[in-house]
Design a protein around this ligand. Structure first.
Ligand code: ADP
Length: 422
């Protein structure tokens, strides 16, 4: 069985988002963390390689993306998907344009689309202009983004600045007229020398039309929205039984724990809810870490006797005033690094104590934990809340892992997630 769809995502949470969409559409999917060091698993329909290439120098983003492409080509993928943010996060020099150019050249293709639209998340494109909710991208909060400020909503113009290829538009007039109209528009654009086309989309129906029109296109570039429309093209190749159960995995059994190194608002509410329910929780004090106290040892000794019949939470989550005070004392970077390192060591210690099912809250925290556990990839399972699936680790000791980025999940996330593992 060969892999049908090979995806390259420019950041980790975007990769998880895309992988979740593909699973929902019936494709068994794994997400690899960085360019894989070993061959990809083959018992899946789609692979998403998660890079950290959104804000690095364009040459570095191109190099990482080409290395990822090579793995996907070696795995025999039929079609390739470059995934970026639904707000088209990029600077005037890149990286969406340069990476698209390089992937097109490597694949020997002279046409692709660029469609960050994700109507369910209120990202729509009309006449080439990207809207966030009711406002143009350039009037949304993205205008002030610290790394990738988006000050022009006209995506044809934005992308044209980043590429030497000619950028055109498949406008809503074509999309509204259906699959054949989109295909006809693609033919016309190609004749005019256009190599990359921004595509208008206002609804899920439009994404399905666009997805169908992209059947067989060697490279698609998009946000995760197009992942709603592409899998239908593979229906004949997907095993009907697998399709029904693409999110059903055999989770490793073992003891359970929650680790939280996120200070985002949603996580704060989740930690408070967990503690208010009378469940056991241990707070990590960054100042004690900085003073060289064995906080990791203390946390593990505290958790060890509880694990057999309870689910302990170990958290550094703190209110903004407290985080600011710690940062003023230690410096932002040092405070973050100390807590991340402690969380990673605690995760390893918990695994040694027999924990095989774990929730980790915090994007950076999750990164530190997966690296300490030698996790190279994640098999994507059932969605707990939007953007957060249960997964099974690839590499290291097999575990059920839920990696929750800061603002995701309902208040009862840390207690409700477990019932989905049954
Ligand atoms: P989120 O996904 O919510 O942004 P992250 O894990 O990505 O969470 O980022 C949170 C950062 O804050 C991490 O670097 C973490 O180590 C750090 N951190 C966590 N708790 C504290 C704290 N009490 N004081 C200072 N920094 C903290």
């Amino acid at each position: 069985m060969t892999i049908l769809l090979g995806c390259i995502a420019d950041d980790f949470t975007g990769a998880t988002d895309l992988a979740g969409m593909l699973v929902r559409a019936g494709m068994r999917t794994v997400q690899m963390i960085g360019v894989p060091a070993s061959p990809l698993p083959t018992d899946v329909d789609a692979v998403v390689i998660a890079l950290k290439s959104r804000t690095v120098a364009p040459s570095e983003a191109v190099a990482q993306s080409l290395a990822a492409l090579k793995h996907l080509q070696q795995a025999g993928c039929h079609q390739f998907y470059f995934k970026y943010c639904s707000t088209f996060d990029s600077t005037d020099v890149g990286n969406i344009g340069p990476v698209t150019d390089a992937l097109m050249s490597e694949l020997g293709t002279d046409f692709t689309i660029a469609c960050p639209a994700f109507p369910e998340n209120k990202r729509t494109i009309y006449k080439g202009h990207l809207f966030v909710g009711d406002t143009l991208l350039s009037e949304s909060g993205m205008r002030d983004h610290p790394l990738t400020p988006m000050t022009d909503a006209n995506l044809v113009r934005v992308l044209q600045q980043q590429t030497r290829r000619t950028v055109g538009l498949i406008s809503f007039d074509s999309v509204a007229n259906g699959i054949d109209a989109v295909k006809a528009r693609i033919t016309t654009l190609r004749e005019e020398g256009v190599e990359i086309a921004i595509v208008d989309a206002l609804s899920n129906h439009d994404l399905l039309t666009i997805g169908a029109a992209c059947a067989g296109m060697p490279l698609v570039t998009a946000g995760s929205g197009i992942a709603l429309g592409l899998p239908q093209n593979f229906q004949n190749d997907l095993n009907a039984v697998d399709r029904e159960s693409a999110d059903r995995l055999d989770y490793p059994s073992g003891l359970r724990a929650v680790l939280s190194g996120s200070c985002s608002t949603a996580t704060q509410a989740q930690v408070a809810h967990f503690i208010a329910g009378g469940r056991p929780a241990f707070a990590i004090d960054p100042l004690k870490l900085a003073a060289g106290e064995d906080v990791v040892g203390a946390a593990l000794s505290w958790a060890a006797p509880l694990l057999s019949d309870q689910i302990p939470l170990i958290y550094a989550t703190a209110a903004p005033e407290s985080v600011r005070a710690v940062q003023a004392n230690l410096g932002v970077d040092r405070a973050g690094a100390l807590v991340e390192q402690a969380m990673a060591q605690i995760a390893s210690g918990l695994t040694r104590l027999g924990v095989r099912q774990m929730i980790v809250a915090g994007g950076e925290t999750s990164g530190a934990v997966v690296s300490a556990l030698n996790v190279s990839g994640l098999r994507i399972g059932r969605q707990i809340d939007p953007g957060v699936p249960w997964t099974i680790t690839i590499g290291g000791t097999p575990m059920a892992l839920a990696l929750k980025s800061g603002n995701f999940g309902t208040e009862d996330f840390f207690s409700k997630a477990w019932s989905l593992l049954a």
